[in-house]
Design a protein around this ligand. Sequence first.
Ligand SMILES: [Zn+2]
Length: 194
Amino acid sequence: MANRSVQLTLPSWLDEFLRSAATTYPTDTDRMGLAIELSRLNIEHRTGGPFGAAIFDESGVLVAPGINLVETSNCSLWHAEMVAIAIAQTSMGRFDLSDGGRVRLELFASCEPCAMCMGAIPWSGVTRLVCGAGQQDAMDAGFDEGAKPANWWAEFEKRGIAVQQRVMLEEAAAILRKYAATGGTIYNPKSSRL
Ligand SMILES: [Zn+2]
């Protein structure tokens, strides 16, 4: 019989980390720094892939963290961006984070979105996306970002989502390289082909 509910469980280290972490992140560097730190801690604790994300309000208050939980949750949906979106939406009690255009929330991601997240982010209601590492950095680590247009960001801008790329790229890409160098699992759409 099919499951009638799906649960997203965050690892306990994340709770512990956030208890002693700042609650407000005033600058883009602070916000991206948190996304990258989450990606680093996720591989250190072996709870998922080398990707972190976080959603903030305009003043920098942390609304939701995100880490890649694909392996530990046995669910390919749980990329860091998707986790952050799911936590923000369920904790705020609305599927449109913009609340009909009245609220501006920003998604910071340690790596630019894959094809799945590229599709999901505009539905979420965030109004700004800031990325660290780029597609090439993910590919260099062995990840396949999936089919997406080269100018994916232009489609975001058309929908009122401001995009900024390559923020703290070196720091973000270093986590991807570290994960690949230490033999972390690389899962891809192409690797499911028999
Ligand atoms: Zn993704």
